[in-house]
Design a binder for this molecule. Structure first.
Ligand SMILES: CC(C)(COP(=O)(O)OP(=O)(O)OC[C@H]1O[C@@H](n2cnc3c(N)ncnc32)[C@H](O)[C@@H]1OP(=O)(O)O)[C@@H](O)C(=O)NCCC(=O)NCCS
Length: 171
């Protein structure tokens, strides 16, 4: 049975305070979004007016636009870095090793399931996350603007097949 997505959470006495999610095969996950999720969300959140310039859209309109025009994983990325991840921790769990633990756990799970590489997108202004990914061993993957979620984004990747154990962090 194909397992398209994985999720792990970080939890303390106050409850769940962070997560990491990953798609083993981004292309297969995108197909599932098209069949199971986007149609209902598109009906609920209409596309912004076509004449409205992107920079004048409200945050809700920007997200609605993504629902109607989601980013697709390009061929060259799908071949070398087929998996994809997202991580978010609440402030109370940041800078205490949980990001490393979650990332290491997900990467191990992806590797065990045969993934040869993982990619992610990060906003360039998010200096902390950019530093975290570089520290962890991700490298920037060149991409034209059309293949990025926005002009202020980086695309990062990490090779998994045959690579040393995931995670450069101490914990
Ligand atoms: C970015 C994020 C996932 C990092 O997780 P974290 O738990 O805060 O980071 P950690 O404490 O696990 O740090 C892990 C390692 O990265 C290093 N690191 C963290 N930020 C760094 C930076 N800006 N530059 C260099 N190294 C950095 C730490 O020193 C640590 O190294 P060590 O293990 O060798 O001591 C977390 O802060 C977060 O969720 N932030 C808010 C949401 C977000 O930005 N998500 C990413 C969206 S793309």
């Amino acid at each position: 049975m194909f397992e398209p997505s994985l999720a792990f959470v970080a939890e303390d006495t106050a409850g769940v305070g962070g997560y990491i999610v990953g798609a083993l095969d981004s292309r297969a996950f995108e197909e599932r979004l098209e069949s199971d999720w986007w149609p209902g969300l598109r009906a609920r959140y209409p596309e912004p007016p076509p004449g409205l310039p992107a920079q004048r859209r409200t945050p809700d309109q920007q997200l609605a636009s993504v629902i109607h025009h989601p980013l697709r994983t390009p061929d060259e990325l799908a071949r070398r870095y087929p998996s994809h991840l997202h991580i978010n921790l609440l402030p109370r769990l940041q800078a205490d090793g949980y990001g490393s633990q979650l990332t290491r756990t997900l990467i191990t799970a992806l590797r065990e399931r045969g993934s040869c590489g993982v990619h992610l997108y990060v906003t360039r202004s998010n200096r902390r996350a950019v530093g975290f990914y570089r520290h962890f061993g991700f490298t920037e993957l060149a991409a034209t603007e059309a293949k990025l979620p926005g002009p202020g984004a980086y695309r990062f990747g990490m090779t998994l097949a045959g690579a040393p154990s995931a995670g450069q962090g101490r914990r």
